[in-house]
Design a protein around this ligand. Structure first.
Ligand SMILES: Nc1ncnc2c1ncn2[C@@H]1O[C@H](COP(=O)(O)OP(=O)(O)OP(=O)(O)O)[C@@H](O)[C@H]1O
Ligand SMILES: [Mg+2]
Length: 483
């Protein structure tokens, strides 16, 4: 009998069906991988198991006992511990305090605490002092502290949600040693990853989710990477295809690097969309912020780009991935947001030229078919897709030659998505050069003139049309390298 059986798990967030009648079984002492494309429902399924979110429907049986965890603490009491994709450590506390968070008695015997912390850190082969503040650790070290913390809870089921996204190759090897060690002690591990070569290295079985449904569970010894990719992707529905544009002359060349991204040169032609693909931690997610002068080192046409201001001066502008925190001031109006990056130009003798500001906003509202077409509307009253258009308008108002699009449709619904794709195509037709980083494979296929695939901090391949969906996924997940 399986240690854990989840049946008929269903979870909705508003209109989104994150889980649709999913079954999942876990054997004692098994490493069970959970894979699927972004948004497939992997984290949600495990959050339901770990007591983070209650399911709308579904039943869980753990060691023969029917359970329904109303909280993380309750799940932990039953031996279910999860290390989250977004790390959950408290930066201002010490490593030891984080390890025992929630279980430290009021009168702390710090000597005992540190001694136990040392043991745990040794288990994960992490050579740091328990007194050290967590804020000072690298991401990889933090990840290992999280895992040590899970071990401290003496779980029967350990859930790791993309644990290696921020780990180096050596740290990954160390993690795999640890997984094998706890597995030998009878602990079951659920391993969520976008990297198939890791899945084959560490897991016994794999369950594949697609669009909130379970599409298969297989024993890895009897399965190929291609089989898994086929399950993940299903039938490739291409919703948007950008017309092929005549590539004009070379617009320029980026040289970017630093912070886990090896020195990389990217050539951009006028009217071209270059797609950047790769899982988190592949270096892909660093390219655009680096090219915009936010971190790392960047050169455009041989000239250094040391800050966003220098980037904008050279005609380069970024549409950031997180529009809420980086792109928009939600309390301000559409008009005010659009003019944020061009204040200097719109001011005269220190006064804002409101008529010109409004004129500029109206221009972009029309060009991007913003709805409702009201410059004085506060941005927080707009839909996600229309907010994203305001971010693009703000970027375009700087009159760039190069537009860096970071996850341009994250959180944008299907209708608004198609409109944004038209906007992107229109910009390319006007001779802009576009670099687009996206974790949405369909989007990359539909818009890119060619695609650079990143793995381990560098470009491992460049793909040209006609693109095959499965081929792109195979390169991104590493299935291709394994074949
Ligand atoms: N708290 C939430 N509120 C609203 N929607 C959510 C919430 N959590 C998840 N979703 C939605 O549920 C779906 C499944 O998300 P989930 O995080 O489980 O995907 P995932 O398979 O873990 O993806 P990734 O590989 O990107 O981590 C997505 O459409 C996501 O946008
Ligand atoms: Mg997830």
């Amino acid at each position: 009998m399986a240690l854990l059986t989840m049946t008929g798990m269903t979870k909705r967030f508003g209109n989104v069906v994150a889980l649709d009648d999913v079954d999942f079984e876990l054997e004692a002492g098994e490493v069970h991988a959970l894979v699927g494309e972004n948004g497939a429902g992997k984290s949600t399924l495990m959050k339901v198991l770990a007591g983070v979110q209650p399911p709308d429907e579904g039943a869980t049986v753990l060691a023969g006992e029917s359970v329904r965890f109303a909280s993380v603490t309750e799940a932990q009491a039953h031996g279910v511990v999860m290390v989250y994709q977004e790390l959950a450590l408290v930066p201002s506390l010490s490593v030891a305090e984080n390890l025992f968070l929630g279980s430290i008695p009021r009168l702390v015997d710090y000597r005992a605490l540190y001694a136990r912390a040392r043991e745990l850190l040794e288990q994960v082969e992490l050579r740091i002092e328990p007194e050290q503040e967590v804020a000072l650790l690298s991401i990889g070290e933090k990840q290992l502290v999280e895992i040590a913390r899970a071990l401290a809870r003496e779980g029967r089921i350990l859930v790791l949600d993309e644990p290696t996204a921020a780990l180096s190759a050596t740290e990954t090897d160390r993690l795999f040693d640890i997984i094998n060690k706890v597995k030998a002690q009878g602990v079951s591990v659920v391993y969520i990853s976008h990297r198939l070569e890791e899945v084959f290295r560490i897991a016994d079985r794999v369950t594949v989710l697609r669009d909130g449904r379970r599409v298969g569970t297989c024993t890895l010894a009897e399965t190929s990477a291609e089989d898994i990719v086929r399950l993940m992707v299903g039938k490739a529905v291409r919703r948007y295809t950008r017309p092929q544009r005549q590539g004009a002359g070379e617009l320029g060349r980026f040289q970017v690097g630093g912070g886990g991204l090896e020195p990389t040169t990217i050539t951009l032609r006028a009217g071209e969309v270059v797609g950047l693909a790769g899982v988190i931690g592949s270096g892909r997610e660093r390219v655009l912020p680096t090219a915009f002068g936010l971190h790392g080192t960047a050169r455009w046409q041989g000239r250094p780009v040391r800050s966003p201001r220098e980037a904008i001066r050279q005609g380069i502008v970024l549409v950031p991935s997180d529009r809420k925190t980086q792109g928009l001031v939600l309390a301000l109006t559409v008009q005010e947001n659009v003019s944020l990056a061009t204040l200097e130009r719109l001011q005269r003798l220190g006064f804002m030229q409101l008529a010109r500001e409004r004129e500029q906003a109206l221009h972009w509202i029309e060009r991007l078919s913003l709805r409702p077409p009201e410059p004085a509307k506060p941005v927080h009253e707009l839909s996600g897709g229309n907010q994203q258009k305001v971010v693009i308008a703000k970027a375009l108002a700087t009159e760039p030659k190069v537009l860096l699009l970071d996850e341009p449709t994250r959180g944008v619904d299907v209708g608004a998505r198609a409109e944004l794709y038209d906007v992107i195509d229109d910009l390319s037709a006007r001779g802009l050069g576009l670099l687009m980083s996206s974790s949405d494979t369909e989007e990359l296929l539909g818009l890119s003139d060619h695609i650079l695939v990143f793995r381990h901090g560098r470009v491992i391949t460049e793909l040209h049309p006609p693109f095959a969906y499965e081929e792109v996924v195979a390169h991104v997940t590493g299935a291709h390298q394994m074949a």
